[in-house]
Design a protein around this ligand. Structure first.
Ligand code: BYC
Length: 312
């Protein structure tokens, strides 16, 4: 079969919503796009453990501590499913992780902002996991089978993450004036970075057009960002929090909320490694890799021993 025929059949499967599986023929660019996106998604999950993990020992009570611990553990699990999905495409996990450490591979910009107060933890659950859900529910229908299936379980857990965040904020917003002010301050700092999670505007997005054709992405960055804004307004109203955007206004003709232009300069600075916590996050990941070396060596030695026993 010629390359052109293989490509035609591949695209036909995509059009018919037939999932592409690891052993199926796929164009090399499709494979590389998936490895890039899935591995960056995996990196985001494990880097995302850092700002929240920092608050486990300082949670205000045992219930909140148990919930936060479970959430942070879930993020590690999401990282594992996603690295495994990338491995089904022939990627080497160690290499992927090293690419993040050297800055060759990205992770979500949002995790380069600090979690300064307890209200930030609720806000991360509500807005950051909320934005993640908006993006990932769509990815449950992505064209690559192992990625789509991983997303189904991840979305169920993200839904718990979002609700625990909202519930925690609800308590603060109905608490003392100081607690409410702390929640508003967290909202002021996290709103814009949460909108940046959806990526550059469609006009600036390098990969969107092709990824939409391959049904890796089911919606564009701007479409998902708009859905997120639309969904967040009434949630903020219920909490009694003000979204920090003077131009946020319902547009009857569009059937959507209008909002201000994002500070793209800040976005690209953070993506390029110059955000408030980029260096700290990479240093923490490097330390985790070094500290865990003996565990990986022991597991590999044990696996080797078992294989030798089996073949003896
Ligand atoms: N931050 O052409 P574009 C979570 C990069 S966390 C940094 O639009 P694409 C969670 C992009 O990689 C959420 N970089 O790209 C965990 C590209 O650079 P490269 C993680 C960004 O891939 C713990 C360039 O900008 N979710 O779930 O078509 C606790 C041009 O962009 C960002 C995912 O990863 C950004 N925000 O679309 C709580 C979901 N945005 O690669 C929550 C899966 C863009 O050419 N990923 N860039 O060097 C996606 O859906 C897509 O990859 C994106 C970007 C929508 C993020």
């Amino acid at each position: 079969m010629t390359q052109a025929e293989q490509e035609r059949r591949f695209q036909e499967k995509i059009e018919k919503e037939i999932k592409i599986e690891p052993n199926d023929w796929m164009p090399d660019e499709y494979r590389q796009t998936l490895i890039r996106q899935i591995s960056q998604h995996a990196h985001s999950e494990i880097v995302g453990m850092l700002p929240e993990g920092n608050w486990i020992t300082r949670a205000p009570n045992l219930r909140r501590k148990a919930v936060l611990l479970a959430k942070v553990q879930d993020e590690a699990g999401h990282g594992l499913y996603l690295y495994s999905a990338a491995e089904t495409l022939g990627a080497d996990r160690e290499q992927l992780i090293d690419d993040m450490h050297t800055g060759k591979a990205k992770y979500s910009s949002i995790f380069n902002y600090p979690a300064l107060t307890w209200a930030d933890i609720g806000t991360i659950g509500w807005l950051v996991d909320g934005a993640a859900i908006m993006n990932q529910v769509a990815l449950c229908r992505t064209s690559y089978g192992p990625y789509a299936r991983a997303m189904v379980k991840i979305c169920k857990e993200e839904s718990f993450h979002q609700r625990q965040g909202y519930e925690s904020l609800m308590k603060l917003c109905n608490g003392t004036p100081q607690q409410k002010a702390m929640a508003q301050d967290a909202m002021n700092r996290f709103w814009w970075p949460a909108l940046m999670m959806f990526g550059p505007s469609d006009a600036e997005s390098t990969h969107s057009d092709q990824s939409i054709k391959w049904k890796i992405k089911r919606f564009t960055n701007d479409e998902l960002r708009q859905s997120f804004v639309d969904a967040s307004v009434s949630q903020a109203e219920i909490l009694g929090l003000t979204i920090p955007d003077p131009n946020l206004k319902w547009n009857e003709a569009r059937g959507h909320y209008d909002f201000s232009e994002i500070n793209w300069d800040e976005f690209w600075q953070v993506v390029k490694g110059n955000g408030p916590c980029n260096k700290e996050r990479i240093a923490a990941r490097l330390k985790a890799k070094e500290d865990g070396l003996w565990v990986r060596e022991a597991a590999n030695a044990f696996a080797k021993k078992r294989a030798m026993k089996k073949s003896a």
